[in-house]
Design a protein around this ligand. Sequence first.
Ligand SMILES: N[C@@H](CCC(=O)N[C@@H](CS)C(=O)NCC(=O)O)C(=O)O
Length: 357
Amino acid sequence: MTDGHRHEATLIRFIRAPRQTVFDAFVKAGMASRWLCPRGMSVPSIQIDARVGGRFVVTMRARNGAQFVAGGVYRELARPERLAFSWAWQDPVRKGVETAVAVHLIERAAGTELRLTHAGFPDAAMREAHEEGWASCLNQLTDLTDERGQAATLTLFGDPRSTYVRSARMGLAEKGLRHSLQPLAPHTPEMLALHPFGRVPAFRDGRLTIFETSAILRYVDETFPGPALMPRTVRDRAHCEQWASAVSSYLYGTMIRNYVLQYLFPKGEGGKPDRSVIEAAAQEMDGQLAILERAYGGREYLVGSAPSMADLLLAPILYYVELFPEGKALLQKHSGVLGAQAAIRDRASFRDTAPPG
Ligand SMILES: N[C@@H](CCC(=O)N[C@@H](CS)C(=O)NCC(=O)O)C(=O)O
């Protein structure tokens, strides 16, 4: 076995699209420019001369403006089954390292199995970096060609009645992203395989797994186009993080764990809600809603003039609070909070993620 053979990356994907479409996505510049870079990057220019012996050059641009140029020569083009090309980066560090990519497209029921092998890396670190890079590129290729669109790649795991699951779904909807929902309950073996603490939600983008709702929202925000889920200025971003943390650390415990869940899963005598728990929670909620009222200051959003991660975390919690008598009365008392809640309830992202009855 040669050294190059040892440092070889293989990726396998099922794409619900005909082989011709997937093949064309590699060799048609208009298509390749939409996926041939990792998530969060773009392709400002690409040239493709799709003939055996012809060259391609692709420029990838990161969000911070850094550019990376790669190019190569087509070795095989057998549409729709197989293509192979050399690959070399143009930057000073990796220049001169020529590697080889082979793509095999296998016809399967309802789609195409893609097998991509990238061989000839001088070391394991370079192999791993390319494997990660290709995995992210293939997520974008799948979004582009699979009939399910982004829902083929983006999956959220968790019970849709969970406020955190709803917050994550709202974020995806605000970004205009389709996703698949796998309604898993907390602490099940399937959930524990995705989230070491067994909570919901967890999120997958292809084979990348993320848990913790704010981390999911930050990832989605930074890697996809569409309206920002985080404010633009450093100061507003800090305030957004501040409210997101306060919602999760203080409000969720009082409003959901102590109050709402006492109604949904009563722990009092005769299977009734424990009044002392409800009353204590209501008193705490009164103080918390007063804090929120001041934070809104008559505005619709906690920070800035558009919904941010902080609002997405809060809205599903207040939705539940209002379903029960003390919560409803308290929200009416704190009319600024109720007004802000009305604004977010008008949004498609909120309506389309309503928990099942
Ligand atoms: N910090 C986590 C909290 C997730 C969480 O607590 N989710 C609730 C459902 S809303 C859960 O999994 N509860 C099960 C449990 O507490 O064991 C996040 O931001 O995602």
